[in-house]
Write a protein that binds this ligand. Structure first.
Ligand code: 5GP
Length: 198
């Protein structure tokens, strides 16, 4: 009995983190995979909870040992998903969400060993995305520019995902993501709480 794997990608500023927090708070038997990153922690981020914050050497050592299911360089930093952690969580029957970028999603799809439902979260428009990124005020001007350039590239990959959800209204986006997860549960003969049905 294994949980299901979900991939959620979105251009930065599309509201993915807020949606994820809501979905995880509402639904039982689901968790998100804590990635490794070389990015320095933002204010309020906790090591081991938001990310495993590591230096580049440690990251490269793990990568060379094939410890990552996928890894990518995003906005100048390295990010990777631990295979072992994901496997362990899935084996306990818990659903796992990978909050990864489009490059990572492509790698998981290409692997073909783990079947994952993928969800792309889009902002209502690129103009709205720019407004949200600027308003966030946690990143420098240069970082915001880089993130906007990357957003164009990421939007072009939306067609490769199983589901496409526009985060216009937070409530609606949360409902749609929940619907995807619950429909997968019914496909796998599980109830709303994630219990396996006899
Ligand atoms: P942030 O630094 O804003 O938390 O994340 C930046 C981007 O990196 C987001 O698009 C996020 O989905 C992506 N990301 C986070 N963890 C991973 C990971 O383990 N692998 C990949 N490929 N992307 C990740």
């Amino acid at each position: 009995m294994s949980g299901s794997l979900f991939i959620i990608s979105a251009p930065s500023g599309a509201g993915k983190t807020t949606i994820l927090k809501r979905v995880l708070a509402d639904l039982p038997a689901i968790t998100f995979s804590v990635s490794h990153t070389t990015r320095p922690p933002r204010r309020g981020e906790v090591d081991g909870k938001d990310y495993h914050f590591v230096d580049r050497d440690t990251f490269c050592r793990l990568r060379d040992r094939n410890a990552f299911l996928e890894w990518a360089e995003v906005h100048g930093n390295l990010y990777g998903t631990s295979i072992e952690a994901v496997r362990k969580q899935l084996d306990t029957g818990v659903d796992v969400i990978l909050d990864i970028d489009t490059q990572g999603a492509r790698q998981v799809r290409a692997l073909g060993t783990l079947s994952a439902r993928s969800i792309f979260i889009a902002p209502p428009s690129l103009a709205e995305l720019e407004k949200r990124l600027t308003g966030r005020a946690t990143d420098s001007e240069e970082t915001i520019r880089l993130r906007l350039t990357n957003a164009h590239r990421e939007m072009a990959e939306a067609g490769n995902y199983d589901h496409y959800i526009v985060n216009d209204t937070l409530e609606e986006a949360v409902t749609m993501v929940r619907a995807v997860i619950l429909s997968e549960r019914s496909r796998n003969r599980r109830d709303l709480s994630g219990h396996f049905l006899p």
